[in-house]
Write a protein that binds this ligand. Structure first.
Ligand SMILES: Cc1ncc(COP(=O)(O)O)c(C=O)c1O
Length: 403
C-alpha cells in the first residue's frame, strides 16, 4: 500500500539548511574533510548553571507532566527577562513556554491562520516562517529588503504589501541570515504603518537579541510602540544566546487571547515542555550575563575576520552583519561562470553545491532565504575552521572561469 501523504505537505520542501548539512555528512562519511558552516548552532557549551539546575530538578523529582503554558518558575524568570532586557512589563497570562522558538511560531500560525490568509515575510528570511505558514494553509507574501538598505524592510514596502487578507507580518531582527538590526526610526516607521492596519498581527522574532555588534543594541518593537501590545507576539528562546539549542526551550510574550489559543494548540500536540529543560532555562535566564558577553564578543571578532577575507575575494560582496552569527556574502558576479570542477554555476544553489563538492565547505544558498544570489555562512565555528573555510572559498572562486 502507498501511504497517503496529506496535501498540506505537498508544498513543504526540506529546509535547505538541513539538506546541505545532510550532504556534508554524506561527504564526511566518504572520508572528505568537510567544514560545515551550514547550521545555526552555537559552538559553545550550555551554561554550567543550567546543567546543574536541570540535574537538581531531576534529583528533586520534578519529573511529572508540567503545566502546558510553562512552569511557574520559568514564567517568572521570563517576566524578569523582559523587564531587564527589553523594558517590557509582562504578566504571566501573556507568556507561554514552547519546545523552541520554532514551536512558538507553529502555535501562533496554527492558532490564527485561516486557509488563504497572508503572512508578510521580509526576505531574506529564516526558512521556517514561510514553510510553517504554508503547511497551515497560509500564503507567504515575500517583500524584499535590499542590500543597499542594509537588509532592512522599508515601511512603504510593508504598507504596499498589506491587503485585507494579511494576518501577520514577521519581523526577525537581528536577522537570520543577514544580521540586520532595526533602529528606532525603522521601528517607528513600521509602527506607523501598523497603526493604519489594525487587522495585522506582528511576529517579532528576537531570538538573536543579545548578539549585536559595534555597540548596537537590539530594540523591541513592543517597547517602541506599546500601544500595539494587543497585536505583537514576541518570539524568543534560550537556543542562540545561551547556546542551548538542544534543550528545546522557546517562549512567547503576546496578547492574552492569542497566548491562550497557542496554549490550547500546544496542549493537543506536545503538552508542556520538558521539566528539566525548563529548570535549566530558569538558571540560564537568571544566570551570569558575562557568559553571553564572551560569546557575543567572540562572534563579533569572527565576523570581522570572515567579512574582511570575503570582501578581499574578487567577485564577492559582503555587507557587515550588525548582529546574529552569520555572514551573507553576495556572489552575483560569479553566477554564470564555470567552476574548477567544470560545473556551470547557474544560481546560488549550484554554487553552494559545487563549493561543497569541490572545496568541501558547506554553506546555505541564499535562495533558501528567499534572496539570491547569496550564501549564508555560519560563524559558529572555530577561528581555524573559519580561516580554512575562507581560504577554500577564495581558492574555489579563483578557479571560476567565464562560461
Ligand atoms: C530566526 C530564528 N528564529 C527561531 C529559531 C528557532 O529556534 P529554536 O531552536 O528555539 O526552535 C531559529 C533557529 O535557527 C532562528 O534562526
Amino acid at each position: 500500500m502507498t501511504v497517503h501523504i496529506a496535501s498540506r505537505l505537498a508544498t513543504l520542501p526540506q529546509p535547505a539548511t538541513i539538506a546541505m548539512a545532510a550532504r556534508a555528512r554524506e561527504l564526511r562519511a566518504e572520508g572528505a574533510d568537510v567544514i560545515s558552516l551550514a547550521l545555526g548552532q552555537p559552538d559553545f557549551p550550555s551554561p554550567p548553571e543550567a546543567i546543574e539546575a536541570a540535574y537538581h530538578s531531576a534529583q528533586a523529582g520534578d519529573t511529572g507532566y508540567p503545566p502546558i503554558p510553562g512552569q511557574k518558575a520559568l514564567i517568572e524568570a521570563i517576566i524578569r527577562k523582559f523587564r531587564r532586557d527589553n523594558a517590557i512589563e509582562a504578566t504571566s497570562d501573556r507568556i507561554m513556554v514552547a519546545n523552541g522558538g520554532k514551536q512558538v511560531i507553529f502555535n501562533a500560525f496554527m492558532a490564527t491562520l485561516e486557509i488563504g490568509d497572508e503572512v508578510i515575510v521580509p526576505a531574506p528570511y529564516w526558512v521556517s516562517y514561510p514553510l510553517i505558514a504554508r503547511m497551515l494553509g497560509g500564503v507567504p507574501v515575500e517583500i524584499s529588503c535590499a542590500e543597499e538598505d542594509r537588509f532592512r524592510p522599508r515601511a512603504e514596502v510593508i504598507k504596499a504589501a498589506i491587503t485585507p487578507k494579511t494576518r501577520w507580518i514577521v519581523l526577525n531582527f537581528p536577522n537570520n541570515p543577514t544580521g540586520a538590526i532595526l533602529e528606532k526610526e525603522d521601528l517607528e516607521a513600521i509602527a506607523g504603518v501598523l497603526r493604519e492596519a489594525p487587522h495585522v498581527l506582528v511576529m517579532c522574532d528576537e531570538i538573536y537579541e543579545h548578539l549585536t555588534f559595534d555597540g548596537r543594541r537590539h530594540l523591541s518593537l513592543l517597547s517602541v510602540a506599546p500601544d500595539l501590545a494587543d497585536r505583537i507576539l514576541i518570539v524568543n528562546g534560550v537556543a542562540k544566546a545561551y547556546a542551548m539549542t538542544g534543550w528545546r526551550v522557546g517562549f512567547a510574550c503576546g496578547p492574552k487571547t492569542l497566548i491562550s489559543a497557542m496554549v490550547a494548540v500546544q496542549g493537543n500536540v506536545t503538552s508542556g515542555v520538558c521539566t528539566l529543560a525548563q529548570a535549566g532555562s530558569v538558571a540560564a535566564l537568571d544566570g551570569d550575563f558575562s557568559r553571553i558577553e564572551v560569546m557575543r564578543q567572540t562572534y563579533e571578532t569572527r565576523r570581522n575576520r570572515v567579512v574582511a577575507v570575503l570582501r578581499a575575494i574578487a567577485g564577492v560582496t559582503c555587507e557587515m552583519p550588525e548582529g546574529a552569527f552569520y555572514a551573507y556574502p553576495g556572489i552575483a558576479s560569479l553566477i554564470g561562470g564555470v567552476s574548477g570542477g567544470g560545473r556551470v554555476l547557474t544560481d546560488d544553489v549550484a554554487f553552494a553545491e559545487a563549493l561543497l563538492d569541490e572545496a568541501h565547505v558547506a554553506t546555505v544558498p541564499g535562495s533558501a532565504f528567499g534572496y539570491s544570489p547569496y550564501l549564508r555562512l555560519s560563524c559558529a565555528a572555530s577561528d581555524a575552521q573559519l580561516d580554512e573555510a575562507c581560504e577554500r572559498i577564495s581558492r574555489f572562486v579563483e578557479k571560476i572561469r567565464p562560461a
